[in-house]
Design a protein around this ligand. Structure first.
Ligand SMILES: NC(=O)c1ccc[n+]([C@@H]2O[C@H](COP(=O)([O-])OP(=O)(O)OC[C@H]3O[C@@H](n4cnc5c(N)ncnc54)[C@H](O)[C@@H]3O)[C@@H](O)[C@H]2O)c1
Length: 305
């Protein structure tokens, strides 16, 4: 596939975009700053500018394409799919109004240009924050666990509001065009090299992970799920939680429920270390099988004792 990847220079994108290239796809990274990866073509695009976004999606994807005698740029885009990760990725990086405006406008521009130019598969980054726990004022708890995609999304912060708006916009573009549009409610992104530094405090004190529902997502598993989205056609508009299979803490699910969720409805029996951020839907519809865990890198302090 020819993939138009936005935000490929960022924390998540700089792992996921090269992974898609390694899987045999041609990847063009549309970002404000270059990635500089040998297998990915960089294109400097400001996605809040509709003209730039249209032009980028309508253009030649890579240098090699100048040698393709069959490339026809007169009939819309030659890209097969869009993966849209570019965004201001949380609160407190920019004023709230700027975070909301950047994310909503860039997302709208990408979806409008992609669908108008005939692209039938779009995968976009939404967020765990839509459930309202992550950046809620004070302690917010889920209504029930494990938290699945049916859980209400009524966040209080501008970043998560922009992501909820993005999901609603995506549903509308699907209704208008019938394109497959899959939104990923990504949990806290962890790069493989971050385990050794970030996780020891988490393993000592699970309260540090309360706002993430004790979950996390390894960039390699995020890449697997993104690839599964690109390879799975015909689902229409769908939202998927994205997390690893276990928790980012050393306590068991039973201990977490007792300490943090004593009044929260537990909807089904859960595994000893199972994530509260339900990934059953991605397993069922996409064949997602997370492969990685902090336990591959660090000893579990509770189990070793
Ligand atoms: N990092 C996380 O833990 C996390 C969790 C949930 C969801 N997400 C979402 O995943 C996506 C990727 O997050 P990340 O952590 O890699 O963020 P990041 O900030 O590291 O990367 C985002 C990229 O988007 C680019 N970008 C921003 N505005 C742009 C614009 N107007 N035009 C073109 N490019 C622009 C930036 O230059 C950057 O390279 C985001 O949509 C974010 O909201 C991230």
């Amino acid at each position: 596939m020819r993939i138009f990847f936005t935000g490929g220079s960022g924390k998540a994108g700089h792992h996921v975009a090269p992974s898609l290239a390694a899987a045999g796809h041609q990847v063009t990274n549309a970002d404000l700053t270059p990635l500089g990866h040998p297998d990915v073509t960089d294109l400097r695009v400001d996605l809040t500018d509709a003209g730039e976004t249209y032009s980028a999606l309508a253009g030649v994807p890579t240098m090699d394409d100048f040698d393709d005698p069959d490339l026809d740029l007169t009939r819309g885009s030659v890209y097969d799919a869009v993966v849209h990760f570019a965004a201001v990725p949380r609160v407190l990086l920019a004023p709230d109004s700027a975070t909301y405006a950047t994310n909503v406008l860039a997302h709208y521009n990408v979806l409008e240009a992609a669908t108008r130019l005939g692209i039938r598969k779009i995968v976009f980054a939404s967020s765990e924050t839509t459930y309202g726990v992550c950046f809620g004022q004070g302690e917010r708890k889920p209504l029930y666990v494990p938290v699945d995609e049916e859980h209400p999304v009524v966040p209080e912060d501008s970043y998560a509001m922009s992501k909820v708006a993005g999901e609603v916009t995506a549903a509308s573009f699907h209704a208008r065009t019938g394109a497959d549009i899959y939104g990923l409610r990504i949990n806290n992104v962890i790069e493989p090299e971050e385990y050794a530094e970030l996780f020891p405090p988490f393993l000592q004190d699970p309260s540090l992970r309360r706002r993430n529902l004790f979950a996390y997502i390894d960039t390699r598993d995020l890449a697997q799920l993104t690839l599964r989205c690109l390879e799975t056609d015909g689902l229409g508009f769908e939202i998927f939680n994205v997390a690893n299979a276990d928790m980012s803490v050393a306590a068991t699910t039973e201990e977490i429920i007792e300490r943090f969720y004593p009044d929260v409805e537990v909807r089904r029996e859960m595994g000893r270390d199972e994530t509260f951020y339900c990934i059953d839907k991605a397993r069922d519809l996409l064949g997602y099988r997370p492969q990685h865990s902090w336990r591959d890198v660090l000893p579990d302090p509770r189990r070793e004792a």
